[in-house]
Design a protein around this ligand. Structure first.
Ligand code: ATP
Ligand code: ATP
Ligand code: MG
Ligand code: MG
Lengths: 167, 159, 159, 167
């Protein structure tokens, strides 16, 4: 499943709707310190179902909603959508769609929603959709800032999960 | 699942042994099981020898050598089980220019099967990208995304 | 020693409040005691607001912002109790060019009282050095030191 | 006390004697990955009395002795000397020296020596000499590779040592 685009709106420092059209091969993201690059990584992990706020550098899940800045008030909700090109390796319910859009929303009052192609669903549905593609939230496919050396520095027992994921 | 683990381990180990010397321009590395009689509990050990060195203990590797060893292992796994995308957040920060060059070349090759999204401050890595996005904060505290070309990207990096 | 701790804390906090905005080009930061009634056991909290942002929790800071906040605190301590030397091993790696520039300017100013030994891959940081040493491994595995000029140093960095 | 030079011989990847003449203001060290830059930092910490091999990225202290490479055999001993310019803030025994050279040696058989101006001494003597200058092995004066963010990420209780050191 190829990613076509990433849409963020109200997620962390992305107060307004912003879109990245992902290239088939290599897409680079750049910019000064603190501008919001790693927040894009957090947005993808969150959309794919990450449940632990600590893994998104927050204390509670509400930390992912735009908290405001000196010129704007806080946001009401965070929303991230990942749109994939359907390659046919999906559960039957989604076979007829050319694209598959996975959306996650969180409101200030704590309500959270998951949607596939704008139809509300459960987190399990998203996890099943992404299963086996290695794109889950833990997999070797996302290396966070400063964590690259961890695989080498961790204990031998901890490293086995990397092989387990691939098996 | 035990057979699958062992089979996957062997495949990854084989690939790791070819990827490592490519990124390090020589040297060798391999994976070892700490207890091959207990496939469900065994740990995985990494042995890495940069070219011309005798490293007995992985902790003695330098910051850049550790990062490059880790990248070699990640890429080896990707070659065995390609995942739809790979998201790397400033993994090239500890690398010197020569290693960044080899890293970039390998990414370009693997990008035939896997989409790469790479966050970087390094101009050499930017140059291998097919599409570049700059993140700006014209209003302090509010991030905006803007598609840029390589010339503009390099300007932003030295701003 | 309680009074000394409190007095040193106040001095460092005051300095931190001037160093942080210099390195961040604005914003503000301060230190707080978690329990000022127990000076021998209290922890020290850091509050940091990059310019124009409202950061409630330090973990939300970016990699570069965390590094620069840490450097601000270290420099604040140095200004209160100058130590004979300061050894920094690639602390500028996570910083963008603008922050590296401000970091370098501050180092040059503090180097009037303290000797700095800085390991870096960044050309802007090399340019502020009074003396440069390259470490080479002509024989693989054996390190040699050679004194270089800035031109040669920059060449080595892009080798 | 100003540092005048750092001499390493047989320490980690420095198989032969090498010298850095430290500038009064800023000295930069550069070079490719794995060439031995951080080994200079380890050499200084070791010479000033660091007792924990783990803090020098080793498993045992013998890991600081040149271990050999494809073209040379292992070394027999590691030696590091830091030479300071005497500023008068030293114990009376050293007042008359223009320079103070602190040396540490370790032999393959495990024997370890400390010397001040080539005269054997104890580790305590070196620690007393360096006390109060903030140059001890733990102080805020040495920031190792990858550790800069640690002060910010550590718990509030752990941060107090930074103030204690300076008090
Ligand atoms: N909920 C939120 N609302 C508003 N801003 C937020 C929120 N969460 C995080 N931020 C801000 O986002 C910024 C961090 O962004 P990020 O970590 O993406 O930076 P970066 O571009 O990766 O920088 P670096 O190059 O230093 O790694 C911080 O300054 C933080 O205050
Ligand atoms: N006792 C020893 N004998 C020989 N070589 C050693 C010894 N201890 C460490 N080394 C070697 O020193 C090298 C690491 O050096 P160091 O960490 O100083 O690199 P560096 O220049 O800091 O690189 P980077 O830019 O990647 O941080 C390793 O390759 C390691 O094998
Ligand atoms: Mg980041
Ligand atoms: Mg290093």
């Amino acid at each position: 499943m190829r990613i076509k685009k990433i849409e963020v709106n109200g997620f962390k420092s992305f107060a307004d709707r912003e879109v990245i059209h992902v290239d088939d091969h290599v897409t680079a993201i750049l910019g000064p310190n603190g501008c919001g690059k790693s927040n894009v990584v957090d947005a993808m992990r969150w959309c794919l179902g990450e449940q632990r706020a600590k893994h998104l550098r927050g204390q509670g899940m509400a930390d992912v909603i735009f908290a405001g800045c000196s010129t704007r008030g806080p946001g009401n909700a965070a929303e991230v959508t990942l749109t994939f090109q359907n390659n046919g390796q999906v559960p039957t319910a989604y076979l007829n769609f050319a694209e598959i859009a996975v959306t996650r929303r969180l409101f200030r009052d704590g309500t959270s929603e998951y949607l596939i192609n704008k139809v509300p669903c459960r987190l399990r549905d998203i996890q099943e959709l992404m299963a086996g593609t290695g794109a889950g939230t833990r997999g070797y496919s996302i290396i966070e800032q400063g964590q690259v050396g961890r695989i080498v520095s961790s204990k031998a027992e901890e490293r086995r999960y990397i092989i387990d994921e691939a098996a | 699942t035990r057979e699958r683990f062992l089979e996957t381990f062997k495949e990854i180990n084989e690939r790791f042994q070819t990827v490592f010397p490519r990124l390090f321009n020589g040297g060798q590395a391999l994976l070892k099981l700490t207890d091959s009689s207990d496939l469900l509990g065994t740990g995985v050990e990494i042995q890495a020898q940069p070219p011309g060195k005798q490293v007995r203990n992985l902790e003695l590797l330098s910051g850049g050598e550790k990062a490059l060893t880790a990248v070699s292992l990640i890429f080896a796994i990707f070659l065995i089980k390609p995942s739809p995308f790979c998201l790397l957040d400033e993994v090239d920060a500890p690398l010197d220019e020569a290693n960044v060059g080899r890293f970039g070349a390998m990414v370009q090759e693997m990008a035939q099967n896997t989409q790469f999204i790479i966050i970087t401050h390094n101009k050499r890595t930017m140059e291998i990208a097919d599409r570049l996005y700059g993140v700006t904060m014209e209003t302090r505290g509010v991030s905006k995304l803007v598609s840029v070309n390589i010339k503009r990207a390099v300007e932003m990096a030295v701003a």
